[in-house]
Every structure is written in C-alpha cells, then in structure tokens.
Design a protein. Structure first.
Length: 126
C-alpha cells in the first residue's frame, strides 16, 4: 500500500485536529509556565503544581504537532503515534478536570474524535 492511498479525508481531518490540539496545549503550557493571570490560584492539580503541569502540556503539545505532520506524511507510524499522543492528551485533560472542567471536557472530546478516526484505519479503495 503506497503512502498516497493511506491519506484520506478523515486522516487529514484528524491531522488538523491534532494540529489544533497541539497549538492549544502549547499556548496552555506557556501560559501555565509564565504564571498567567488566566489560571486561578486555588486550583488543585494532580501532578505537582502549575509550572509542572505547564511543562507537561507544552511537551504534549509539541508531540501532537509532530504526530500531525507524521500523519500527513502518510506512514503507518503517524497513525499509531497520533493515537498514542491523543490518548496522552485525553488522560491529561481528565487529570485537569478539577481545575477547569469545561475546558478539560472540550479537549477530552477533541482527543476522543482524533483517536476514533485514526483507530478506524485507512479507507479501502475498491
């Protein structure tokens, strides 16, 4: 199976969702690292404090960008890496649900859509 047949409209869509989620997580991570007033001081984070959480989200965001571009290259690695990174993003979103419930649920839903579309596999061309 060549790389052109691996790319379908849904895979491009999943790649765009990975790109959007990655950019959101990068902005979220930089804001957390920089002590932005966007975050409440009373929020409780499961893993350490706000700075640690910011670094985790920044790393996950960069990995999501890598997964998006790898997926667009058409290889099977991009598909599995995208599923793995979107799963990490879903777990991270659920871990931050106590601090920002609506934002976390929105990011979680985005990750689930990405996982679903990539887990379907490539479309079979008749």
């Amino acid at each position: 199976m060549n790389s052109e047949s691996m790319l379908s409209g849904w895979w491009v869509f999943a790649g765009i969702l990975l790109l959007v989620a990655g950019l959101l997580n990068i902005v979220w991570g930089i804001a957390a690292i920089g002590d932005s007033k966007f975050f409440t001081e009373e929020a409780t984070y499961i893993l350490s404090g706000l700075h640690t959480w910011g670094w985790i989200m920044l790393i996950v965001g960069v990995l999501e960008l890598v997964a998006a571009f790898s997926l667009w290259s058409g290889g099977e690695f991009g598909r599995w890496f995208g599923i793995f990174i979107a799963s990490l993003n879903a777990i991270a979103a659920l871990l931050s649900i106590g601090a920002y419930p609506f934002w976390s649920l929105a990011v979680f839903a985005l990750a689930i859509i990405i996982i679903y579309k990539l887990a379907e596999g490539p479309e079979k061309i008749a």
